[in-house]
Design a protein around this ligand. Structure first.
Ligand SMILES: [Ca+2]
Ligand SMILES: [Ca+2]
Ligand SMILES: [Ca+2]
Ligand SMILES: [Ca+2]
Length: 433
């Protein structure tokens, strides 16, 4: 009995661990040649999506980093940090005071952006700081990491890597006070991204030396390294292998065989994690109107008519079911107004999780499209009563822009008593805002 209960206890622990694991977290990486964001699997590095969304061309995106409900992307030549929803809807950019920017870091509510140029009023070699809402906070120069390329939150301070010595990697306080060399040797040259290995060691991608180095987290000394031509980005996968990027794309270095295999063909840059946005799914009840196969959905800030993200054209299956990604984790309203229907707006609170049963009970009969079913709709139905798709004017709009086919509410190619019944049933109903 004791053994059995122990087994059940262990099984319960495993089940709990699995339930709590983030199943919607992926690795994202900008492709700076094909101008798109690539998604890779965090466990084994396989390609999930070669183009999650397109990026601005000719800006050399280096580092995509999640900041709350947004993805921030540093653009080295674009001289700006572009901002996107978690679904890739453009949200503007942080620009001005930036020139030749590279990797970024986020510690608490502060975002650190490495900068090297002095155009656009930018301060030269150093790190520019912003709040997570995009407000400029300040700057500190990095004379000991004279061409900064990467930031790593490490042991209560920052590691700043540099493309030119000295140092390869220098330590700074969060406030930007130099606090000593982390690594400086001939073994490393032109260090770009630094990340933590799963055991806490520091992994550093070396562009010029063409390798990935594993560094002692306390002393900064090289523990081991492997060849990785023109390495820019680095990340340790859940299976222990090392993902690295360069001009050819992204490769996985197998720690057992010592062989790297290309998993993404393109121009790879830095890696970071993305928590994919929540899914909102539900059902359409067409209630006597024409069953739609595609609907245009719009997310709004809950309780307002402020749109969030773009209009989403979503397929609806034969059973009336749909599923879309919300722009982020927030409390939204979701609104829709297919042709011939009143507007329907429902609350979809996706603050913490996916939303299911986001169902739309649509009201048909809005022939004259003013979001109300009233006498004007009734009159059109009476005017076109008994019209059918055999009539030559079936799809020809009248002076009010209404065609006989518009009065065919149920879409059976004739305007008849069935359509009339829908109008009478829904008479005087007003749509949602
Ligand atoms: Ca060096
Ligand atoms: Ca109407
Ligand atoms: Ca309407
Ligand atoms: Ca009909």
């Amino acid at each position: 009995m004791k053994n059995v209960s122990t087994i059940f206890f262990v099984m319960a622990l495993i089940a709990t661990a699995n339930a709590g694991a983030p199943t919607n977290t992926v690795i994202m990486m900008p492709d700076s040649t094909n101008s798109r964001l690539v998604l890779l699997d965090p466990t084994d590095g396989h390609q999930i999506n070669s183009s999650y969304f397109g990026l601005t061309a000719s800006t050399t995106p280096v580092h995509a980093m999640q900041v709350g409900n947004e993805i921030w992307i540093s653009e080295q030549i674009g001289d700006k940090v572009s901002r996107w929803s978690l679904t890739g809807f453009p949200l503007g950019a942080i620009s001005g005071g930036l020139d030749n920017i590279r990797g970024m870091g986020k510690v608490g509510s502060t975002v650190y952006v490495t900068n090297a140029g002095t155009s656009n009023g930018a301060p030269g070699n150093g790190v520019v700081t912003y709040s997570t809402s995009g407000t400029a906070l300040g700057f500190f120069a990095t004379p000991n990491a004279p061409s900064p390329f990467g930031i790593l939150d490490h042991q209560g301070g920052l590691l700043v890597s540099s493309s030119s010595a000295n140092d390869d990697i220098h330590k700074y306080t969060y406030a930007g006070v130099a606090s000593g060399t982390f690594h400086n040797s001939a073994s490393l040259a032109f260090v770009e991204q630094m990340v933590h290995a799963t055991n806490g060691d520091v992994l550093a991608a070396n562009f010029t030396t063409g390798g990935v180095a594993r560094l002692n987290p306390t002393t900064g000394a090289v523990i081991s390294s492997f060849t990785a031509g023109g390495a820019r980005g680095v990340w340790q996968l859940g299976n222990g292998n090392i993902l690295w990027s360069g001009g050819a794309g992204a490769s996985v270095y197998d720690v057992t065989t010592g062989v790297s295999t290309l998993v993404y063909n393109g121009a790879g840059r830095y890696f970071d994690l993305l928590t994919l946005p929540p899914t909102v799914s539900g059902h359409f009840n067409f209630n006597g109107g024409i069953a739609q196969t595609t609907v245009n959905l719009q997310f709004r800030l809950a309780g307002t008519q402020t749109n969030v993200g773009n209009v989403i054209s979503a397929p609806v299956d034969g059973g009336g079911n749909y599923s879309v990604s919300a722009p982020g984790y927030a409390n939204y309203d979701l609104t829709v107004e297919p042709k011939g229907y009143l507007r329907r707006t429902i609350n979809t609170n996706a603050t913490t999780t996916d939303v299911t049963n986001a169902n739309f009970n649509l009201v048909a009969g809005d022939i004259v499209d003013d979001n109300t079913i009233d006498l004007s709709d009734y009159i059109k139905l009476v005017v076109y009563f008994n019209a059918s798709s055999f009539d030559i004017n079936w799809n020809t709009p009248d002076v009010d822009g209404i065609a006989p086919s518009d009065a065919d509410i149920d879409g059976n190619s004739v305007v008849d008593l069935t359509d009339y019944t829908v109008i009478v049933t829904n008479f005087n109903i007003i749509g949602d805002n």
